[in-house]
Design a protein around this ligand. Structure first.
Ligand SMILES: Cc1cc2nc3c(=O)[nH]c(=O)nc-3n(C[C@H](O)[C@H](O)[C@H](O)COP(=O)(O)OP(=O)(O)OC[C@H]3O[C@@H](n4cnc5c(N)ncnc54)[C@H](O)[C@@H]3O)c2cc1C
Length: 484
């Protein structure tokens, strides 16, 4: 039954870019963490917006489900098909070939890129024009601007520059019926009604396929200072951030908390045997500050602020990134924690956010609840503390297999941690989105009015429920209490 569809899709994108064989299909239908695996009749790789539009129009006519895919690095199962629509044909539309940087404008501080440009390539293009595109996440070599927009990605510079939603001026989007909306405006002020682009940002491919974007650029800092700090507790880390804000203001770009088990895990993974701190530190913070002043002046200010923090007891020990190699090592230790966990297997990943002042209470309460299940669980806790965002990812005891850990504790840990986050008015997904992993939990954390309004928007744009069905929104019947 699907053969005529494949034939027509092949006509649109060419045989080399309509994949139906193995092992290619499995690569695109399995998510990054290999937790979700679906089925598709083809993977289609258009080269232009017009091809995306033709593919979408054909799928709309024939009621074929479409899963947009960027770099497939997202962590909630949103980028691969699921069996949400049993019996319905489904294709993956990979944006990989829409990979051109169209223009970089250092006067207007904006650049236009296609959706399939990787984050690393976008950052390089900005750098080549003497500007900064500040989004920075560990997957930058593979993830794509379209995926970053669709997940409203965050990362390690949100404290200073905001998340993806704040870094975009305009979008081009192919709608579920194949129409193309060209909203590639590069304006910083445009109060002409609804801000349509915001619907598609963070929508995880459920409302439209983003094909291009106008991104904001920033002046490149003249100096960057990095330090890895040992601090007594989450409380002192929060105090330290407040102290540094009064001293360095908006110049702090990153403030990343790392627990001792997280550091141990990543050092083992990287085989990093170089000495770190003289004494074991229970909690560490990676701090980065930028400046547009002269390098020597900026470093002096940074060091003076840390010295004063040390004198007031907020810092137990400090390793200063005095060379590029030092700074790179500190960043590598932070950025590889996620992959160290993936490689080790058997962690429950909870990406929560809470108001900054409530971070200590959240960590203590959630830790107590997890350790009450099994005191041998390793408390891998890290993340973008400056944004109130903690990756609270308990790891299996060394004696337990990943499967046994997941079966015994997986859902209980996630539920407990989310409950603690909600008890302090937090969010159960700070930056990783909803996908399928968190979809049904929205029923517990969002009110009926909000969920019903989201479904009204979905139905207005995608009445046949073809774009990424089964993602983000809990089942229609569960939200409305009926199937109509
Ligand atoms: C090592 C590692 C570190 C990470 N660190 C961070 C971090 O610090 N902060 C953070 O926020 N995330 C992080 N992530 C998660 C992930 O990299 C981000 O969510 C990223 O933005 C996903 O981009 P992608 O291109 O891989 O999207 P994909 O995984 O391909 O897709 C993500 C979602 O967007 C949709 N989508 C993709 N492209 C489009 C498009 N063009 N139009 C419409 N919908 C589309 C998909 O259908 C899916 O729902 C990390 C992941 C890894 C593996």
């Amino acid at each position: 039954m699907s053969t005529p569809h494949v034939a027509r899709l092949t006509e649109i994108v060419g045989a080399a870019n309509c994949l139906t064989g193995e092992p290619e299909l499995t690569t695109y239908t399995t998510d990054y963490r290999k937790l979700y695996m679906g089925r598709a009749i083809a993977v289609v790789r258009p080269a232009h917006t017009s091809q995306v539009s033709e593919v979408m129009r054909y799928c709309d006519e024939h009621r074929i489900a479409v899963v947009p895919q960027g770099g497939n690095t997202s962590l909630q199962g949103g980028a691969v098909p699921t069996d949400a629509m049993p019996g319905q044909d489904c294709i993956v539309v990979s944006l990989t070939r829409l990979n051109k940087v169209i223009s970089v404008d250092p006067v207007n501080d904006a650049m236009v890129v296609q959706a399939g440009v990787t984050l690393a390539a976008a950052r390089e293009a900005a750098e080549a024009a003497g500007r900064l595109f500040p989004l920075r996440i560990g997957s930058e070599g593979s993830c794509q601007i379209g995926g970053n927009l669709s997940t409203n990605a965050g990362g390690t510079a949100v404290l200073r520059y905001g998340n993806m939603r704040e870094l975009v001026l305009g979008l081009e989007v192919v709608l579920p019926n194949g129409d193309v909306w060209n909203g590639l405006r590069a304006l910083r002020k445009d109060n002409t009604g609804y801000d349509l682009k915001q619907f598609f940002i963070g929508a995880e491919g459920t409302l439209g396929i983003i094909t291009a974007a106008v991104l904001k650029l920033f002046p490149k800092p003249r100096s960057t200072s990095v330090a890895l700090i040992g601090t007594a507790s989450p409380e002192s880390a929060v105090e330290l951030l407040a102290f540094l804000k009064t001293r360095l203001g908006h110049n702090i770009t990153a403030f990343e908390l790392i627990s001792a088990p997280a550091m141990k895990l990543v050092r083992e993974y990287l085989r990093d045997n170089e000495p770190l701190f003289e004494a074991e530190q229970d909690w560490m913070v990676l701090i980065e500050a930028i400046s547009h002043a002269d390098q020597a002046d900026a470093v002096e200010l940074f060091h003076a602020a840390l010295t004063d923090a040390y004198d007031s007891g907020l810092v137990k020990d400090a390793l200063l990134g005095t060379s590029e190699a030092h700074a790179r090592r500190f960043w590598q230790l932070r950025e590889e924690i996620s992959d160290a966990q993936t490689r080790t297997g058997g962690s429950v990943r909870c990406d929560i956010s809470v108001p900054l002042a409530d971070i200590p209470q959240f960590i203590h309460e959630a830790t107590a609840r997890v350790l009450a299940l099994d005191p041998a669980i390793r408390m891998v806790v890290y993340g973008h503390m400056g944004d109130g965002n903690v990756h609270f990812n308990p790891l299996r005891p060394g004696t337990m297999t990943a499967r046994a850990f997941s079966d015994a504790y997986g859902s209980r840990i996630a539920e407990q941690v989310d409950n603690v986050a909600m008890s302090v008015n937090g969010s159960i997904s700070a930056e990783h989105g909803v996908g399928v992993a968190k979809r049904d939990e929205l029923l517990n954390v969002k009110c009926e009015v909000e969920l019903q309004t989201c479904w009204h928007i979905k139905r207005a744009l995608d009445p046949k429920n073809l774009l990424n069905p089964g993602k983000v929104l809990p089942d229609f019947a569960a939200v409305f209490g009926s199937t109509k």
